[in-house]
Design a protein around this ligand. Structure first.
Ligand SMILES: [Fe+2]
Ligand SMILES: [Fe+2]
Length: 184
């Protein structure tokens, strides 16, 4: 499938605001891929599909996790955590994506993980800094992303963890593993 086919396919599955966010992630991911010598086409595909499951029914997503033997730690978590792994499952089973790096970039775009590949880092960062994102500190993250991908990743992960702590939200264990990995 080409870019326009993927875009047409996702457009029907999300509100306009999320579609605009996805376009922003796509453009940012392509920019970062070209800057850091990653495959721009892989970045484009992963970015377009990264939020494909964002509006899927939570009970359906739990069924997908159980029936397909996805990480058992996902059970008990809501759509914010489920939509990455289930999105990767949809990309593989509905869009026939076989590139494991693209699937992992979708799978871990919310939580990160220890030992992220360059493509995974690009999608994680692009999701956070795309032009429609507006939160205190985002401009500093954009500047870092222009200079050093690993420093940018570290700052993005720290920002996410700090936000979860400040808002008294639970932190998915894989995100803690990611945090420990990037700050070591
Ligand atoms: Fe997402
Ligand atoms: Fe996103």
């Amino acid at each position: 499938m080409e870019r326009d086919d993927y875009l047409a396919a996702i457009k029907t599955r999300m509100p306009e605001k999320r579609y605009i966010h996805t376009i922003g992630v796509m453009e940012t991911a392509i920019f970062l891929a070209e800057k850091y010598n990653e495959n721009a086409k892989s970045a484009e595909t992963a970015a377009i599909l990264h939020d494909i499951a964002k509006y899927a029914d939570e009970d359906w997503m739990r069924q997908i996790v159980i029936q397909n033997g996805l990480d058992h730690r996902l059970i008990g978590w809501g759509s914010e955590i489920l939509h990455g792994p289930v999105g990767a499952w949809i990309a593989e089973n509905e869009f026939n994506i076989i590139n494991e790096d693209i699937l992992n970039a979708i799978r871990f775009h919310t939580t990160g993980r220890a030992g992220m590949t360059k493509l995974e880092k690009i999608i994680y960062i692009a999701d956070m800094i795309e032009p429609n994102r507006k939160f205190p500190g985002v401009e500093e993250l954009r500047i870092l992303a222009n200079k050093d991908i690993d420093e940018a990743l570290k700052a993005c992960i720290c920002h996410s963890i700090a936000f979860l702590v400040h808002t008294k939200q639970q932190i998915y264990p894989v995100s803690i593993e990611c945090y420990n990995d990037v700050i070591s």
